[in-house]
Write a protein that binds this ligand. Structure first.
Ligand SMILES: Nc1ncnc2c1ncn2[C@@H]1O[C@H](COP(=O)(O)OP(=O)(O)OP(=O)(O)O)[C@@H](O)[C@H]1O
Ligand SMILES: [Mg+2]
Length: 305
């Protein structure tokens, strides 16, 4: 009875709210949806720039890009990643967006080790997600491994990621219901070349001082152990490009150094291209290029080695 009364009262509140009428929502659900979106806007930041757009444009942004002549653009042979005038906005409500990347141009050669720096909220993770096919740019070309990514459907993007890239995240993202060994095995299964015999999982665990957790589940391991396993998984996948978003920020100094040395080894011995986001200036020594992002544009791009 009390619940019924509460529901009645809430319903009355929605209907009596002037916004409900002025926005011409047909149902209370639509109104609630709008309230959620408005809360979402507050959560982003007081200073976030907001642009009004037609809701149809907003809707189109979620889909793969319509075919045009740029769909077949390929990489200049010198580069493996090329971004040309890339823009990315996130929808805040039906007809409002907040711009995050504002015209990014970037070219990365095969075998480079690039570190992206910049203040929190400057768009580093967004840029990494767009380069790695986890998200789509709204405008501009993102050509990676001879594929212009914004034109791919979600399924095609999944296939692209499976074939070409490996990820290392701040929060490891290991599968919790399988052991350390099995987690690394998933990397082998997803391997592009299917040359599984070449990778000895046990040896890799030995090399990274992880033999005692080989049959343990992630919840039974320390953060550093989980992160090293997520790196072995990325290694086992033998991908052409590794994307890493703050892989050392949850680790202590010593483990962080071990992880960075490991990444440098992969980069130097296998020629794997690495694009990594970091807040720690000490990691510059491992890279050959550092890029600074500010408010969605690249403000500095320097070779360091
Ligand atoms: N899905 C989303 N919807 C709306 N806004 C988003 C979304 N993802 C990110 N943003 C906003 O985009 C901006 C850039 O986010 P991003 O995660 O790229 O920043 P970052 O440079 O990686 O920051 P940090 O160093 O804190 O990880 C932030 O203001 C964030 O709130
Ligand atoms: Mg980030």
């Amino acid at each position: 009875m009390r619940n019924w009364f509460r529901n009645k009262k809430q319903k009355y509140k929605y209907i009596s709210n002037p916004k409900f009428k002025s926005n011409k929502h047909n149902t209370a659900e639509e109104f609630l949806l709008n309230v959620d979106e408005e809360n979402n806007r507050d959560a982003i930041s007081d200073t976030a720039e907001i642009i009004k757009i037609n809701w149809k444009e907003n809707y189109k942004m979620k889909k793969k890009r319509k075919k045009d002549s740029n769909i077949h653009l390929q990489n200049n042979p010198e580069y493996v990643i090329e971004l040309k005038n890339v823009f990315k906005s996130y929808p805040i409500s039906r007809n409002e967006v907040t711009p995050i990347l504002k015209g990014v141009d970037l070219k990365i050669k095969r075998g480079e080790f690039v570190i992206l720096f910049g203040k929190s909220g400057s768009g580093k993770s967004t840029l990494l997600n767009i380069m790695s096919g986890l998200d789509r740019a709204n405008h501009g070309d993102v050509i990676v491994e001879n594929t212009n990514l914004p034109y791919l459907s979600n399924e095609e993007l999944t296939k692209f990621r499976r074939r070409h890239v490996a990820f290392i995240f701040q929060q490891y993202h290991l599968l919790n219901n399988i052991t350390g060994y099995e987690n690394v095995e998933t990397g082998l299964i997803l391997q592009k070349h299917k040359d599984r015999k070449n990778f000895n999982i046990k040896k890799a665990f030995e090399e990274f001082d992880l033999l005692d957790v080989i049959d343990k589940y992630p919840s039974q391991m320390s953060g550093g152990q989980q992160q090293r396993i997520s790196i072995i998984r990325a290694l086992a996948k033998n991908a052409d490009i590794i994307f890493a978003d703050e892989p050392t920020s949850a680790l202590d100094k010593k483990t962080g150094v071990a992880v960075m040395e490991l990444l440098r080894k992969i980069n130097q011995e296998k020629g794997t291209t690495i694009v990594m986001v970091s807040h720690d200036p000490d990691v510059i020594q491992y890279a050959n290029r550092k890029i600074f992002l500010n408010k969605g544009t690249i403000i500095n791009d320097e070779k360091v080695r």
